[in-house]
Design a protein around this ligand. Structure first.
Ligand SMILES: [Zn+2]
Length: 71
């Protein structure tokens, strides 16, 4: 007799979490200010904001240059 060892069933915890965006197994999900999931550590990449801005501004300049050319 005695207490014995009782194996309690482990709480329902999924082994793997899937990203709703890319369907890959992931650890972390990222959401925007609206609480909407935008991606996970598998499908989200970080970009240097200064580099992106520099590229974006260049694109915009090109865009406006094209518009000016048309008129
Ligand atoms: Zn993902």
């Amino acid at each position: 007799m005695g207490w014995g060892v009782h194996d309690y069933p482990s709480p329902p915890e999924p082994d793997e979490a899937y990203c709703p965006v890319c369907d890959q197994v992931c650890e972390t999900l990222y959401r925007n200010w609206e609480g909407e999931i935008v991606g996970c550590d598998q499908c989200i990449d970080t970009v240097d904001a200064y580099e992106w801005q520099a590229e974006h501004q260049t694109d915009q300049r090109e865009f406006y240059r094209e518009m000016m050319r048309d008129e």
